[in-house]
Design a protein. Structure first.
Length: 269
């Protein structure tokens, strides 16, 4: 016997609802990668797909660390970048998109987004082809920001990747007068930005590794910063928890100011 009409109707409705849900999910910019993000947003704002002058491009890379619910590259995402982009829109005149752009390291998409952010860079593992692509990106004028890695072992892992990109790379500690600290805000007196552990246990040290903060850079032959980052700091957490009353405001404010300076520097140099 054939299926009853009401059964067929029920199956049709279920299929349509499933299709509708899939369609809604597929319209979110990060839908493809949401299972790898720490805090994926359930929805996008109306401007998620509009063209803009600037977008927060987050690098999706391979990692040497296994996490139970998300990948190293997806830490704080996508709450952190969406909060930060609200700050970019309020504190500058940059035509900025409110949602992130995820850039897979194995694609040439990075050449469309000249500002890249890599979180937990002490976990990354680069293949030769990925290092070659990143070098081409940087040599064409691209700018890479790295954040939220701590201690000597994570620094060594990060530098292993940098030496694949530039075998002779010699990172420098940026001085107070470095132009990148003065593009919008004057930040000669820098403040170490801690992760959320400052709230949970009152410690500036994350993962029990690395207390002294560093603001470092790899420059080109014209002293232009092309790779820069924050060792023993966590600006991503500061952006993510900037609306949390428990997270200290002065750390969140510093993270926004520093981030704004880095974005403006990358767009003007």
């Amino acid at each position: 016997m054939g299926a009853r009409p009401q059964v067929l109707a029920g199956l049709l409705v279920a299929a349509l609802l499933a299709g509708a849900v899939y369609g809604i999910a597929a319209t979110r910019r990060a839908a493809k990668y949401e299972r790898e993000l720490q805090h994926p947003s359930p929805s996008d704002p109306p401007d998620a797909w509009q063209e803009s002058e600037f977008a927060f491009a987050r690098l999706r890379y391979d990692s040497n660390r296994n996490r139970p619910r998300y990948m190293s590259w997806g830490i704080d995402s996508n709450t952190a970048e969406r909060h930060f982009m609200e700050g970019i829109r309020r504190l500058t005149r940059i035509d900025a998109r409110s949602v992130e752009q995820i850039v897979d390291i194995d694609t040439d998409d990075m050449f469309d987004w000249p500002w890249l952010y890599a979180v937990s860079a002490g976990d990354w593992v680069l293949s030769d082809s990925q290092a070659t692509r990143l070098r081409a990106f940087l040599d064409r004028g691209g700018f890479l920001v790295v954040d939220d890695f701590h201690g000597d072992s994570e620094w060594d892992q990060f530098m292993e990747g940098i030496r694949q990109i530039y075998p002779d790379a010699s990172p420098i500690e940026l001085e107070d007068g470095a132009e990148i600290f003065h593009t919008v805000f004057d930040l000669s007196e820098r403040v170490q930005v801690p992760g959320y552990q400052i709230v949970e246990r009152g410690s500036m040290m994350e993962r029990n590794a690395g207390y002294i903060p560093h603001w470092f850079a790899v420059t080109d032959g014209k002293n232009r910063v092309r790779i820069s980052g924050f060792l023993n700091q966590d600006l991503g957490d500061a952006w993510e928890f900037s609306n949390d009353p428990a997270y200290p405001e002065h750390f969140a404010s510093q993270a926004y100011r520093m981030g704004v300076n880095y974005v403006v520097y990358s767009m003007t140099h």
